[in-house]
Write a protein of this length. Structure first.
Length: 267
């Protein structure tokens, strides 16, 4: 991980502002709802079925905000495997310049607390151990912030399954997400490319740790032996050749956020 800098502090306060805004929105809608229900009860004694249009709109808008933040229903459209291009376009080689010794590669993991079954907070996994995790396949339209998109096919494991199996980032096996860390940090082995991911996006059911493309092992240009695929975000977040993953509460350094792109890079 890169040491945090001034920019990170600035971003944390931005995040707090976002939170405060969401809180006040929710508070306003609850207040409005309570007031209206009270008036309804006083005047007609009926339920809220007769909500005025503007107030109903506010309530629905807030439900949408809550839905985006607290559920995983914003799924990217999926396609059949046959619709995927056979040789996806290549983009971005930061952190991939040197050749990789696939046999010697391990994924370094840094957890916020003890890893399940281990009396320690860090561990290493081989690609074979990662391949033992539940397997998922996904064909979706990969979108680069530069303006191109392409349907591509990927195979690997859900990031949430990876977290759940090892009890990483506070995710428990029973799916009770009580003490989740705020972020995940991912870096290439040489630390040249690095991505910060908010926990909501890490847990998104389509966010995958991938070791296959079109049913074959990833080529090194596409991120062998392990890359991230985040269909709910622009391609900048889909880091290739992952070397290190850390579960953290401070917003991690992010290569493209440091260069002026939106940290969330949502679609
Ligand atoms: N390590 C690393 N990962 C990276 C990049 C990079 O430069 N280095 N570029 C990103 C960008 S901008 C895009 S659009 C996708 C492209 O993935 P692809 O080359 O498999 O099409 O990888 C992302 N992951
Ligand atoms: Mo991109």
């Amino acid at each position: 991980m890169k040491p945090s800098n001034k920019k990170d502090f600035k971003n944390i306060s931005e995040q707090e502002m976002r939170r405060a805004t969401i809180k006040s929105l929710v508070g306003f809608s609850l207040g409005a709802f309570g007031l209206l229900a009270g008036i309804k009860w006083l005047v007609t004694g009926s339920d809220a079925a007769g909500l005025s249009r503007p107030l109903r709109k506010i309530l629905e808008a807030n439900r949408k905000v809550a839905g985006i933040l607290y559920s995983n229903k914003n799924l990217a459209p999926v396609f059949s495997k046959e619709q995927a291009v056979s040789v996806p376009r290549l983009n971005g080689t930061i952190g991939l310049e040197s050749s990789i010794d696939l046999g010697g590669w391990v994924l370094s993991i840094q957890n916020n607390g003890n890893i399940r079954g281990l009396n320690k907070t860090s561990m290493e996994l081989t690609i074979d151990e990662i391949k033992k995790l539940p397997k998922t396949e996904l064909t979706f339209e990969f979108k680069c912030i530069e303006g191109w998109s392409e349907i591509s096919n990927w195979g690997g494991t859900k990031f949430s399954d990876f977290m759940r199996v090892y009890g990483l980032g506070g995710l428990e096996a029973d799916n009770e997400n009580k003490n989740l860390t705020e972020y995940v940090s991912l870096e290439t082995p040489d630390e040249a490319y690095y991505v910060g991911l908010d926990m909501e996006s890490a847990l998104h059911p389509q966010t995958l740790l991938c070791y296959e493309m079109n049913g074959l092992p990833l080529s090194s240009e596409h991120g062998a032996p392990l890359r991230l695929i985040v269909p709910s975000k622009y391609g900048i977040k889909s880091i290739k050749r992952i070397g290190k993953i850390a579960f953290v509460d401070q917003r991690p350094s992010d290569y493209w956020a440091e260069r002026g792109y939106d940290f969330y890079a949502g679609l």
